[in-house]
Design a protein around this ligand. Structure first.
Ligand code: AKG
Ligand code: FES
Ligand code: FE2
Length: 515
């Protein structure tokens, strides 16, 4: 997800990483006014920040839950007295609220309510400041990298003073790791937890209109500490789902579901597949600390283990990733694609068959040159973007093959002569530029114009009939049902243009013109 080489050194604070002012030369001529620099995230603190206390590393005790403070108190005492402070004096058996969630995944009370409140206010204040916010990782857009806004020193203190002994007990070397807590086997492995010394700390946020879920993935770190920030009852859904370790046969098999609790930390190996299910209502925020050990990463064993890469074995649907699994579209039924929905107990799947139908998108006049319209078939979970370029109509799967960006919101241009990477492009063909990461697709062939054959959009037949634009799609009807029940199934087609709902019209399959 994020390139490690770009991680700052732990010892280097964001303050220190600001561009240094060069010494001012003796002015003989009046100096010219410096060109105005665009403000950056590091300009936020201390001038514009709200709760300055949050940024101060020495305040760490104030933010930590009493149960966790108690658990690390003996280790802290020995450390401060300059004595040998073994991680083994951190007794998880005695920690109130500590839980082994499932093999390899534990949770414990970690942050105070005050910290959760102040942190969210700070994030809102940052947003209101209008300073730029980089996406926290390559799969999550709606969030904030806290290290970049001046909070790195504060989180470094939390890592060094609080999380390190927890990391050691759970993901440290054989000397430090616990085998079980409360009679339950922890089943963790050594992921450098005894020497965690670097972190990427950020907020992830979800709401139905922005990042709705987080596709299955592994993290670019060794030990992930994930802290719930939002209070109970402020959102529905959005559970974390865990699957297997990246290099094991059960990498894509369901393992555990975790429900967010404010102030509680769920800790797991970054190399365990996980994702966040769809949020149904409200908003959720979590603080994520991706941690790693630089010395552990230099070991031969670490390098060899990571070199093996991901295992693609048998898959449970809930563990499939549309970003990382090349067989996603084959294994995930069309109806469920690009959703992250857990299977509910007792859920029965009705067997369906597909039928080709021409479906009306809009009146011809509603799709002018250079514009697009979106046809969304809720039941079929189908989104088709229809474009007009140089007078002709084209229809493509709206969700970008890369990571699901909405193509109907992209700009349309001629392919031109410099983008003839794919087999069948002409310079006058149109291409749509995905608004998320700017991949370009030929409107006529659906091919990626740079020639990446793994990134291809499905194309659909499109026609003008009775002054209306129509596309041919496969609709699903129950396999066993008689015609009347299939025909009376109400469907909803929604037309959008540049993300604006233009019309939402219920229609009945029986009214659709047969192919
Ligand atoms: O939504 C969450 O809490 C998990 C976020 C996550 O897995 C990540 O950012 O790596
Ligand atoms: S989603 Fe990444 S280029 Fe489209
Ligand atoms: Fe993650």
């Amino acid at each position: 997800m994020v390139d490690y080489s770009k991680w700052d050194k732990l010892e280097v604070s964001d303050e220190e990483s600001k561009p240094k002012k060069s010494p001012v030369p003796e002015a003989k001529v009046p100096p010219k006014a410096a060109p105005k620099r665009k403000l950056q995230p590091f300009d936020y603190h201390p001038e514009k920040s709200l709760h300055k206390d949050l940024f101060e590393p020495e305040n760490w005790k104030r933010w930590i839950h009493p149960s966790l403070l108690q658990t690390i108190s003996e280790w802290q005492r020995l450390k401060q007295a300059g004595e040998v402070a073994s991680f083994r004096c951190v007794d998880l058996e005695k920690m109130e609220g500590f839980r082994v969630e499932a093999p390899g995944i534990c949770s414990f009370p970690a942050l105070t309510d005050e910290f959760c409140d102040l942190l969210m206010q700070e994030v809102q204040n940052y947003r209101a400041s209008g300073l730029p916010a980089r996406a926290p990782n390559s799969m999550n857009n709606y969030g904030l990298v806290l290290n970049e806004i001046g909070m790195r020193p504060a989180f470094s203190a939390i890592l060094k003073e609080v999380l390190l002994p927890l990391g050691a007990r759970l993901f440290g070397d054989d000397e430090d790791r616990v085998a079980s807590v409360g009679g339950v086997a922890v089943e963790t492995e050594d992921w450098g937890g005894s020497s965690l010394d670097d972190h990427h700390s950020f907020i992830v946020q979800y709401r139905p209109t922005d990042d709705k879920h987080l596709d299955m993935h592994i993290d670019e770190c060794d030990v992930t500490f994930n802290f719930g920030i939002t209070a109970h009852g402020k959102f529905d859904g959005n559970d974390l789902t865990f699957c297997g370790m990246f290099d094991s046969a059960d990498h894509r098999k369901y393992h555990h579901r975790y429900k967010h609790v404010r102030g509680r930390c769920v800790v797991h190996s970054g190399k365990r597949r996980h994702g966040a299910m769809d949020i149904e209502k409200g908003e959720r925020a979590s603080l994520i600390m991706w941690t790693k050990s630089r010395s552990f990463r230099r070991t031969q064993a670490y390098r060899e283990r990571n070199r093996k890469g991901l295992t693609y074995g048998d898959a449970d649907r809930v563990c499939l990733s549309y970003t990382h699994d090349p067989d996603y579209k084959n294994l995930m039924p069309k109806k469920l694609q690009y959703h992250m929905k857990p299977k509910h107990e007792g859920e029965v799947e009705v067997p369906m068959r597909t039928e080709k139908r021409w479906i009306r998108v809009c009146a011809a006049a509603e799709l002018p040159e250079g514009e697009s319209r979106l046809l969304e078939l809720k039941e079929e979970n189908e989104q088709i973007a229809v474009f007009r370029h140089r007078g002709e109509l084209f229809a493509l799967d709206n969700r970008c093959a890369h990571m699901g960006g909405s193509l109907c919101e992209g700009e349309i241009e001629d392919v031109g002569t410099e983008n003839l990477g794919c087999s069948d492009s002409k310079a006058t063909d149109g291409m749509v530029i995905c608004p998320r990461h700017y991949m370009c697709f030929n409107l006529r062939t659906g091919e990626n114009v740079e020639g990446d054959a793994t990134m291809q959009q499905q194309v659909y037949p499109v026609r003008l009939r009775d002054d209306h634009v129509e596309v041919e799609v496969e609709v699903e009807v129950p396999l066993q049902s008689d015609l009347t029940s299939a025909l009376s199934l109400p469907r909803l087609a929604i037309w959008l243009h540049r993300n604006q709902v233009v019309a939402a019209v219920p229609f009945v399959l029986g009214n659709l013109e047969a192919a």
